[in-house]
Every structure is written in C-alpha cells, then in structure tokens.
Ligand binder design. Structure first.
Ligand code: PMT
Length: 398
C-alpha cells in the first residue's frame, strides 16, 4: 500500500483538504495528515483524523515529545508528500529552508517526491516574491499543481484558487504509479541554449532557459533512470541526483553528448542549439568602426542528425521549435534525423516555448501518430513525453 503524507497549511481552501484526504483514502492509499497551527483555524484535526483513520500531527513539541524524530519518521515513511493548500507564507518558508512547523520540517527531511498545490488571493499569487519562490521550488525539483482561475473566497476573480480536488488526486496517483518505470535505463537530456562567441563579450544565442530540459531530467530521475544532463548556459539549479555536464558552444555540446552516447538507452534533445557560428572569433573586444559590419557564419554540426546516424537500438527524441507549419516541419525532422519521437512546440503561441513555465506541444511518433498536449506545466509535459518513451523502451532490448 502506498503512503502519502498530506500537509495542510492555513488558508480558506484548507477545508478542501478534507476532500483530498478522503479521495486518496478511497483509492486505497494510506494517508497521514500534518497541519500547521494556522490550518487548524480553518478545519479541525479531528475531521482529518476521522477521514484518514490516522492521528493528525500539528505541534512539533507536543507529546510524545519525539518531535525531532517524529518529522524524520514521517519524512522516511512517505512515498510522496502533498501540500494542499500551500499558502504564500508556507511557500516562502519552504523556499528559505525554514523548518518551524511539522509540514516544512518533514519536507526538508524527506527524499520522497513532493507535490505542492498553492492557493491564495490572485494578487498575492502574482506578487513577484511569490512567483520567484514558486520558481525556486520548481528548480529544487518540487512538483507544483497550478492553481485554478475563477471566483475566490475573498470575492476577487482570477488565478489562485486551489486546483480541482480531482486534478490533485490524479496528479498524486500519476506520480505514485509511474514511479519506477525507467529504472535501469540510462537517459541523456540536453537543455538550454548554446552560445557562439563573436568576440570575448558578444555571442549569438537564443532565449532558451533550460526549463524544459531540466524538467525532463528531474522527471526521468524521479522515474528511476540514471540521468546525464548536458546543459548549455542557464540559471537553472541542477536537479539533485542528476549528473550534469556544462557546455557553452555547439561543438562542446556535441563532444559531451558523444562521450556519453554509447552508454545511453534514451537521448532527449530539448536544447535549442545554435546552427551557425562566426567563421572567426576575435580575440579582443571588437571596436565600433564603419556603419556596417559583416559577420560571416559557418554551419555548426547537427548533433541530433549525427546521433540519428549511429542510433542503433537507442531511443532518440528530438524537439522542434517552429513558428509555422508545425506538424509538417516536425515530421520532416523525424525522417531527416532518424528519430523515434519528436516534440513539436509552436513557440509563437502564448504560454509555449522559450522561457515559459508552461508549454503546448504535439508529440509525434515515427509512424505518424500524434498526441496533442494542451497548455500544461513543463513538468507535466516532461512526464507525458516520458510516458511515450516508456512504451517504446518496452519494445527494445534492456
Ligand atoms: O529551455 P526553455 O526555455 O524551457 O525552452 C524550451 C525549448 C523551446 C528550447 C524546447 O522546448 C525546444 O523546442 N527545443 C528545441 C529547439 C530547437 O533547437 O529546435 P530546432 O527545430 O531548431 O531543432 C530540432 C532538434 O534538433 C532539436 O532537438 C535540437 O536540439 C536538435 N539540434 C538542432 C540543431 C543542431 N545544430 N543540433 C541539434 O541537435
């Protein structure tokens, strides 16, 4: 039986945690509830104890006075920790690593996956401090369930309501069920942009942030794969438990990928690779001169094409960033680069592509089958891509 720790923090949506707890119990999951003091002002521990069938812990210092052991015990016995709802203040404390209540202390002490469902007033949700904290939590490998849009308890309309209970339960179940389906597989992901320097301080690049590739690396790690992440320059934090190889230029990315390629079962190329580099790189910063400056570029190697030529039994997944004829162009890339799958992003759409936390994509198989993935977090898309990869691995030698 899977064991989920549900952390409840104090906001008006706390009462919905009762439905979440009940829903998880009816799916056959053992649920233990931890609450912050503030949460008890909105819903009683007795309600949660009755629904979960287990004692509820609120006070780290209460009897049996084993608080320092107790949070570690919960941290160890969890298959997953869910925080629903997560308030702005809780999110701030967790981001800062402050462990002054049972919920945050348990999360800091766990190695289990953590799923966080924020809920708050929409202005609070949009506040730059809250958004920065949510981004940090994402980078640390926490799964976030985006809040819904609609009528809020305070009377405002907008983003910030706790996600639907059914959506929270689905996400938790999805996480628990898919946990080890890439165990024993070696998987390489590329992420971020590459850079080609014109002189020591100027370069050609693109706005890739690395979020898509890092989400894939973290998701593959969570599903049991041994992950190598070949990353161009990004501000993302490396997901713990993933081997990171940092590169700058396309030639360096090619070298790093080829070094690891023989040992890999799966390669996913989410990086936005610069296709051309300056023919010469000035050793000193170029001075302003005439009105026009002509820069001669030469082709960079196509890393994915090179991998496609020597792919053997490996699974090769490409991305396609397109602004027109999305499906047609992506299909051509599958053939030209000898891929098993391609993830086509229409990067012209709002919420998709470079730098965003979300994406919109079509996952296209070699045989032409297409799965359209509507707007979702890059973490969710990562899992949808890996779901397809897992199906493909079942047909290959181990
Ligand atoms: O990093 P984020 O901000 O999260 O943004 C994510 C993303 C938009 C970068 C990502 O979702 C994406 O679409 N990545 C691929 C971008 C791209 O370079 O597309 P392309 O159509 O130019 O290339 C097709 C494929 O060939 C890609 O898998 C690319 O990694 C690979 N390629 C391209 C050129 C080259 N010289 N070598 C390559 O291996």
């Amino acid at each position: 039986m899977k064991r989920v720790i549900v952390g409840i923090t104090g906001g008006i949506a706390s009462y919905k945690a009762a439905e979440v707890v009940r829903g998880l119990c009816t799916k056959g999951i053992e649920v233990h509830v931890l609450m912050t003091e503030a949460a008890t002002r909105f819903i009683t521990p007795l309600t949660l104890q009755t629904l979960s069938g287990n004692p509820v812990v609120v006070d780290m210092f209460a009897e049996p006075r084993l608080w320092n052991v107790q949070h570690v015990a919960y941290a160890k016995k969890a298959d997953l920790i869910l925080v629903a709802p997560a308030t702005a203040s809780f999110i701030g404390r967790l981001t800062a690593g402050i462990a002054d209540d049972m919920v945050s202390a348990t999360i800091l002490a766990t190695t289990a996956p953590v799923v966080i469902a924020p809920a708050m007033n929409s202005q609070m949700y949009r506040h730059p401090a809250v958004q920065a904290n949510l981004n940090r939590l994402r980078e640390m490998g926490y799964q976030l369930i985006a809040p819904g849009v609609g009528e809020l308890a305070c009377g405002d309309r907008g983003e910030g309501r706790l996600a639907e209970v059914s959506q929270i339960i689905d996400q938790v179940l999805g996480h628990l069920l898919r946990k080890a389906d890439l165990a024993g597989k070696n998987l390489l992901v590329t992420a971020g942009p590459t850079r080609e320097y014109i002189d020591p301080v100027r370069f050609i690049s693109n706005p890739a942030s690395g979020k898509m590739g890092y989400a894939l690396a973290a998701a593959a790690r969570d599903r049991g794969a041994e992950v190598v992440l070949v990353s161009g320059p990004t501000a993302q934090l490396p997901p713990p438990g993933v081997k990171v190889s940092r590169v700058t230029t396309t030639a360096e990315m090619l070298a790093a990928v080829l070094e690891h390629f023989p040992a890999m079962d799966v390669v996913i190329k989410a990086a936005a690779v610069v296709d051309y580099r300056p023919q010469t790189r000035a050793s000193q910063k170029l001075k302003k001169g005439s009105e026009q400056y002509v820069l001669t570029l030469e082709r960079n190697p196509d890393i994915l094409k090179i991998l496609g030529e020597r792919k053997g039994d490996k699974i090769l997944v490409g991305f396609a960033a397109e602004t027109q004829d999305l499906i047609e162009n992506a299909r051509e890339k599958i053939k030209a680069k000898n891929l098993d799958l391609i993830v086509a992003n229409d990067v012209g759409q709002r919420g998709a592509g470079f730098g965003t936390d979300t994406n919109i994509a079509a996952i296209i198989h070699r045989d032409g089958t297409i799965k359209e993935i509507p707007l979702c977090s890059k973490q969710d898309l990562a899992h949808r891509i890996l779901d397809e990869v897992v199906v493909l691995t079942r047909g290959r030698k181990s």
